[in-house]
Unconditional design. Structure first.
Length: 245
């Protein structure tokens, strides 16, 4: 046993002694000789800032909020507790968000990002071109009352047209519009399932079966109703059309 261990140590010794090259990183602060060098650094900082804010942008400036809230209301209305699970709901909302926002993203890429990467336009022009499809999408899905609220509270000159509204005003108006729209849709989804619960509870009460939970009896009927009307197809199609993209 001792000889075997010694042999392994002798064999592994040369392997452990091998040195691997480790790259070094250096951060230098030097004086810029041309204005373009400063511009490149500022562009990199702006890009890193956008990447850091990407989760908030995905959640608040896209259809994700409305979709995930509606799917949660649907699950609660059906009374299935944790089915589908949260991972499935978030994944479904995420990929539907990519599908809905695809035309807007392609327009931003074609008119702003790609010309800027090709050095055909400046970053100022690219930023202005990127705002146009984003502003159009946000305006379609923002209520007038919410938009007027933030325009008033911002203490700025009233825009002459909707296209003149600043994104700093439009984004928070869109953020508070989405939950209200989702709550309205959730209320509508609750109605047919609530009717089934009331009918089942009334029948059980009339039969004197008060100890039997109505939810246990109504759940199969709600699932059957949802399957017969092809609920997922109907809800997904209605949600996609509701964004007007």
């Amino acid at each position: 046993m001792g000889l075997a261990i010694g042999f392994l140590l002798m064999w592994a010794g040369p392997v452990w002694s091998v040195t691997f090259p480790i790259p070094s990183l250096e951060l230098n602060v030097t004086t810029a000789t041309e204005p373009e060098e400063v511009a490149v650094v500022l562009e990199i900082i702006a890009l890193l800032t956008i990447i850091a804010l990407a989760p908030a942008i995905l959640i608040l400036m896209t259809p994700f909020t409305r979709l995930v809230v509606i799917f949660n209301f649907l699950r609660q209305a059906m009374g299935t507790q944790s089915s589908p699970p949260n991972q499935v709901i978030i994944g479904l909302a995420l990929f539907m968000t990519f599908f809905i926002i695809k035309p807007v993203a392609l327009e931003v890429y074609d008119n702003a990002l790609n010309p800027y990467l090709e050095r055909e336009i400046s970053y100022k022009v690219a930023f202005e071109e990127a705002q146009k499809p984003i502003r159009k999408f946000l305006l379609i899905n923002t209520r007038e009352a919410d938009l007027a609220l933030f325009v008033k509270e911002a203490d700025i000159k009233k825009p002459e047209t909707r296209e003149d509204v600043s994104l700093l005003v439009l984004i928070p108006a869109f953020v508070i519009s989405e939950p209200k729209t989702a709550f309205i849709v959730g209320f509508i989804l609750y109605i047919p399932f609530l009717v089934i619960d009331m009918v089942v509870a009334s029948v059980l009460l009339a039969m004197g079966m008060m100890m039997l939970p109505p939810v246990m009896i109504s759940l199969p009927f709600k699932l059957m109703l949802f399957v017969l009307v092809d609920g997922w197809h109907m809800i997904a199609g209605s949600l996609i059309k509701s964004f007007g993209v």
